[in-house]
Design a binder for this molecule. Structure first.
Ligand SMILES: Nc1ncnc2c1ncn2[C@@H]1O[C@H](COP(=O)(O)OP(=O)(O)OP(=O)(O)O)[C@@H](O)[C@H]1O
Ligand SMILES: [Mg+2]
Length: 234
């Protein structure tokens, strides 16, 4: 019977392929879960360990500074050390928040996206508007997925776009959540892009949720990215 099509055989093969694909996505998502747990732990350790020690160090240095005469070289050195400590403390807190923002676990996606927009907007000097329509309840993994996509898109804008204004929108359409990020910056040619791992990482992450990424951009014409995430089935 060689050479004769056997519909049952094809169906079985197809089913096996689909089962393998589902298993691949399930494993990929559990790797992401482990990575996020690790980030949560690291973020807490940074905040509670190094952060609290730096706070204590800053207080001790301030006590020392106040115990020596003002306008002496030692006073000025201690003041400089306190400033260094304060800067390092701020950097440590910022790093801890970016690793895994507590607001995402405590309050959910919407407040976390608003915080992200404010925080990247302020540090990059860009106006970032965040519009979120009423959404059905999302599970924690899809919330994390959408947050990480938004984070990479906004970081890209801060790093590359030279944009003045940005709009981040989150809406639900026909059983899919759509995250859109639009900037009025310098744009780029998506087909010619090499190098970074941000966009490809986003795509791979989305694929594990049967979601897709659309990137529309051209030099001089800003950039629009859209992630479309199905709410059902995995
Ligand atoms: N919003 C944007 N405006 C202009 N150029 C962009 C924008 N987003 C991405 N790009 C371009 O696409 C390239 C690839 O982006 P990608 O996020 O994959 O890498 P990266 O940001 O350079 O590095 P990484 O994300 O790994 O730190 C960037 O180097 C940049 O040239
Ligand atoms: Mg990037």
């Amino acid at each position: 019977m060689t050479g004769t099509a056997d519909p049952d055989r094809y169906t079985r093969l197809l089913e096996r392929l689909e089962a393998n694909e589902r298993e691949f996505r399930r494993l990929g998502r559990s790797v992401l879960r482990v990575q996020e747990d690790e980030r949560r732990r690291l973020a807490r350790d940074l905040h509670d360990g190094i952060g609290q020690n730096l706070t204590a160090l800053k207080h001790r240095l301030a006590q020392l500074r106040d115990s020596v005469g003002a306008h002496t070289p030692l006073h000025d050195s201690l003041e400089a050390a306190i400033q260094l400590c304060a800067g390092t403390l701020e950097d440590t807190r910022e790093l801890s928040r970016l690793l895994r923002p507590p607001i995402l676990d405590d309050l959910g996606l919407e407040p976390a996206l608003r915080w992200l927009g404010r925080s990247i907007g302020e540090s990059a000097g860009i106006s970032i508007a965040v519009e979120i329509e009423p959404l059905p309840p999302l599970d924690g993994e899809r919330e994390t997925l959408l947050f990480r996509v938004a984070q990479e898109a906004l970081n890209n804008i801060a790093k590359h776009a030279r944009a003045h204004s940005v709009l981040l929108r989150l809406v639900e359409r026909e059983g899919q959540v759509q995250l859109q990020v639009v900037d009025d910056g310098i744009g780029f040619d998506p087909a010619a892009t090499a190098g970074g791992s941000g966009l490809s990482g986003m795509r791979e992450r989305l694929r594990l949720f049967q979601a897709r990424l659309e990137v529309h951009s051209a030099p001089g014409d800003g950039t629009r990215i859209r992630a479309v995430v199905p709410l059902q089935g995995l």
